[in-house]
Design a protein around this ligand. Structure first.
Ligand SMILES: CC(C)(COP(=O)(O)OP(=O)(O)OC[C@H]1O[C@@H](n2cnc3c(N)ncnc32)[C@H](O)[C@@H]1OP(=O)(O)O)[C@@H](O)C(=O)NCCC(=O)NCCS
Length: 220
């Protein structure tokens, strides 16, 4: 059986591990909280990132299951530079167009749909029952949360996080390091580094009258 090392023993890691098993991988975890964290449900946690790097040759693949978009992307870049192979993990009940391009280290979860000519760059999470319509471009390290829907031709910048149940109108361009709040409707372009909420989505700082900074980038 192919051996997969998953970095990041978390709730997200559990979902990734099951998808990996459904794709024929034998899974063990690594986490920097080892040895205080030494197991995750029925999967063993056997070391830290450093231990994994010292033992890379024992594994047929590595996968980073860390919710924080920037940390996930940085760890994946480091593993790739060290020569690790990062597979794409696709749940058998996800639908990926033959014309879509889903790159290394991405996970596509149950019920998700990725339509023709979508480009999903490395280290993205396409979470449960989310949809990525035709011609969308997700830059590296993006997370599309459960039930979020991107209409055709949407672009999402690196490390941005589209919250649970959010909707994005066709051809909208979302910048890098953006957080789109749960349930938001994005109907116009969003600049880099903003958190937006509501219907229609507006920046949190302008949404509330006190103007306080409420940005929760990388909140996971
Ligand atoms: C947008 C978000 C990141 C803001 O988080 P935060 O900075 O910690 O903000 P807070 O929870 O302190 O809320 C600040 C204010 O914004 C409001 N708010 C927060 N999220 C909101 C949302 N999605 N829509 C509308 N208003 C929202 C809160 O009600 C609060 O208002 P108040 O000051 O009048 O009480 C977060 O609420 C969110 O929506 N995260 C997405 C969660 C998600 O998708 N999880 C899936 C994981 S797989």
């Amino acid at each position: 059986m192919k051996r997969l090392a998953i970095l990041g023993a978390s709730g997200h890691g559990k979902v990734v591990a099951e998808i990996a098993e459904l794709n024929g991988w034998d899974v063990v975890f690594f986490d920097d909280a080892f040895p205080s964290v030494n197991g995750l449900a029925h999967w063993p946690v056997i070391g830290t990132t450093e231990d994994l790097l010292n033992d890379l040759q024992r594994f047929d693949g590595c996968f980073v299951a860390i919710g924080n978009n920037r940390i996930r992307l940085d760890k994946q870049t480091m593993l790739t530079e060290k020569g690790a192979t990062l597979p794409v993990l696709i749940h058998p009940l996800a639908v990926i167009s033959r014309y879509a391009n889903v790159q290394a280290g991405c996970v596509v979860m149950a019920g998700a749909v990725v339509n023709p000519f979508a480009l999903v760059q490395q280290a993205c999470i396409v979470n449960t029952a989310s949809t990525i319509d035709h011609d969308c471009i997700l830059a590296e390290g993006v997370h599309i949360s459960p039930g979020a829907n991107l209409a055709g031709g949407v672009s999402v910048g690196a490390c941005s996080w589209i919250g649970i149940g959010a909707s994005v109108k066709q051809c909208v361009q979302i910048g890098a390091n953006v957080v789109v709040g749960a349930g938001a409707a994005v109907v116009s372009d969003i600049a880099d580094n903003l958190t937006v909420v509501g219907v229609p989505a507006r920046a949190l700082d302008s949404f509330f009258s006190d103007g306080a900074s409420r940005c929760a980038r990388d909140a996971e």
